[in-house]
Each structure stands twice: as C-alpha cells, then as structure tokens.
Ligand binder design. Structure first.
Ligand SMILES: [Ca+2]
Ligand SMILES: [Ca+2]
Ligand SMILES: [Ca+2]
Length: 135
C-alpha cells in the first residue's frame, strides 16, 4: 500500500515536472531559429520566413478558400493592420497579401539590413511582431 502510494506520488511529481519545464528548456523547444532555419546557418532569411508563413497560412485557412478572414487570423492582425494589408478591402487576405505583411515585418526586424534575422533581431519588438505571423 505504502509503495503503491509512493509510486503514485512519484508519477504525479513526474507529470507536474513535465508541466513546469524550466524556462531555458521551454525556450529551446519553441526556438524559432531551430524551427525555421532550414539551411542551419543560425539565422532566418526571408525565404525561410516566407516558407514558415506559407505553412501557417495553409494551417489557418480552415475553410480552404485560399484566403484568411478575421476569424481565421485569430487576432494575429489588428483590424487596422488587416485593413492596411487588404488593398481590395474585402476583409480577407490572400496568401500574397499575407506574405507582403510578413515581408514588411521582416524588413522592420532587420535594422542592419544584412538580409538575415539573428537571435537578437528576433527578440526585438519588431522580431516578435514578425514571429506572430509565423506560428
Ligand atoms: Ca538560415
Ligand atoms: Ca479561409
Ligand atoms: Ca539582420
């Protein structure tokens, strides 16, 4: 009885530990460079970012009509950002329109204009704004 109880406690402790990963491990798991850096040079270039954005676009487009509406965007763009990114004002974004926003944010997040985003650039406010459109 006692050993069963302690086994159960060990299991519970294990589950709790899994739910409370130390911050560095959690950060590593969600590291955007590890996730999207397909050429493994330690930075994200525009092609890698566009690939990630296209994959997310396909995932978000639940009704498969080739556009994202406000509901499908699920808060990724504010009403104002959506209106600015939607030149024909039909309230939806095509993949090209979505990628155009991604490209603007990429450039905003790359102040040294070397065409790649390193960890520091991705951690900036502009970098975080870009990452919202990738995941
Ligand atoms: Ca890269
Ligand atoms: Ca759609
Ligand atoms: Ca850069």
């Amino acid at each position: 009885m006692t050993s069963r109880r302690s086994m159960l406690l060990t299991m519970v402790a294990g589950v709790l530990a899994m739910g409370h990963l130390p911050a560095p491990a959690a950060a590593r798991r969600a590291d955007p460079i590890r996730m999207y850096d397909t050429d493994k040079d330690g930075t994200l270039d525009l092609a890698e970012v566009k690939t990630a954005a296209s994959a997310l676009f396909a995932k978000l487009d639940r009704d498969h009509d080739g556009t994202l509406d406000k509901r499908e965007l699920a808060g990724r763009l504010t009403a104002g950002e959506l209106a600015a990114a939607d030149p024909d004002h039909d309230g939806t974004l095509t993949q090209d329109e979505y990628i155009a926003v991604v490209e603007q944010r990429f450039n905003a997040a790359d102040p040294d204009k070397d065409g790649t985003l390193d960890r520091k650039e991705l951690n900036s406010k502009a970098g975080q704004a870009l990452l919202h459109l990738l995941r």
